[in-house]
Design a protein around this ligand. Structure first.
Ligand SMILES: Cc1cc2nc3c(=O)[nH]c(=O)nc-3n(C[C@H](O)[C@H](O)[C@H](O)COP(=O)(O)O)c2cc1C
Length: 262
């Protein structure tokens, strides 16, 4: 039996939503706010900043891209020993950091480009780090401030069990050294691309997620993309407004435990 018609009928709202994002020949998006209002801020900082140590990129250079791609697996079982802060610093820098600064982009004299691609270089991705076991930094929820290579304090304390519960009781979410949450401030993409910005911002989050897989692999760590979570709970834990910032991925990262059934 061919179920295609059943799917199209049952999920007709997906078809309608997708069509809202289509590029159509000759159509001019008069609602676009591009050039009419300022670009949504990319550099906001609120709260205390903790500078991260200098990343040790050499510690990842022994693993080739080919090796990282071919050996990558989703890891759901971790050692419970702490990792050093410079490992966290290197991981965040490789996966989400600034790799180039370009003059004259969107009116900025120094516009950052990142290790992940992003539609229009608009970088709607935001990265949050729930720290469970890292030497030299207290457990808590932090936001990665990429242009300062620092962590912005959102909340102190151990959020492991809240995150596990937000992730439909998936224990591995709380068992790594950290859990990274990737959200998108979709208005950054929609500023230029209107409704298509929604599609682009989710794609952008996916690229950042794969970066985290590969950077983890290169540093002897493991991760697992987790897409099943209660949005409302996760937004509350991260202290973000779910209407302007959509959580896309939750990714525990830790040292893979051998002899463990994934
Ligand atoms: C968008 C997305 C959502 C996922 N959600 C979950 C999840 O909620 N829980 C989980 O344990 N794994 C999740 N995964 C991991 C997949 O199960 C995993 O990638 C897949 O089984 C293939 O295994 P591999 O990553 O080792 O190749 C997700 C992966 C992606 C890309």
């Amino acid at each position: 039996m061919d179920y295609r018609e059943v799917f199209v009928r049952e999920y007709s709202d997906i078809v309608r939503l997708d069509r809202l994002t289509w590029i159509r020949r000759g159509y001019i998006d008069r609602s676009s706010l591009y050039r009419r209002v300022p670009m949504p801020d990319l550099f906001s900082v609120s709260g205390e900043l903790i500078p991260l140590p200098k990343p040790r990129v050499d510690s990842a250079s022994r693993v080739s891209v080919a090796e990282a791609l071919l050996s990558r697996r989703s890891v759901r079982c971790f050692e419970d020993t702490p990792i050093p802060l410079d490992k966290l610093s290197t991981l965040l820098y490789l996966a989400f950091g600034v790799s180039k600064v370009e003059p004259g982009v969107y009116g900025y004299s120094r516009f950052p480009l990142r290790t992940f691609p992003s539609a229009g270089a608009l970088q709607p991705q935001e990265v949050y780090v729930a720290v469970f076991r890292v030497e030299g930094i207290d457990p808590g929820v932090y936001r990665y401030v990429f242009h300062r290579h620092s962590l912005e304090v959102r909340a102190r304390g151990d959020f492991g069990s809240s995150l596990v519960s937000a992730a439909l009781d998936q224990d591995h979410v709380g068992e790594g050294n950290i859990a990274v949450a990737i959200t998108v401030r979709w208005i950054r993409s929609s500023w230029k691309y209107g409704r298509r910005g929604y599609k682009y911002s989710l794609l952008d989050a996916g690229f950042a997620g794969e970066n985290l897989y590969l950077a983890s692999q290169a540093l002897g760590l493991g991760t697992c993309a987790v897409g099943a979570f209660y949005e409302e709970d996760l937004c509350r834990i991260l202290r973000v407004d779910c209407s302007t910032e959509i959580p896309v991925l939750l990714m525990p990262v830790g040292v893979p435990r051998s002899g463990c059934d994934y």
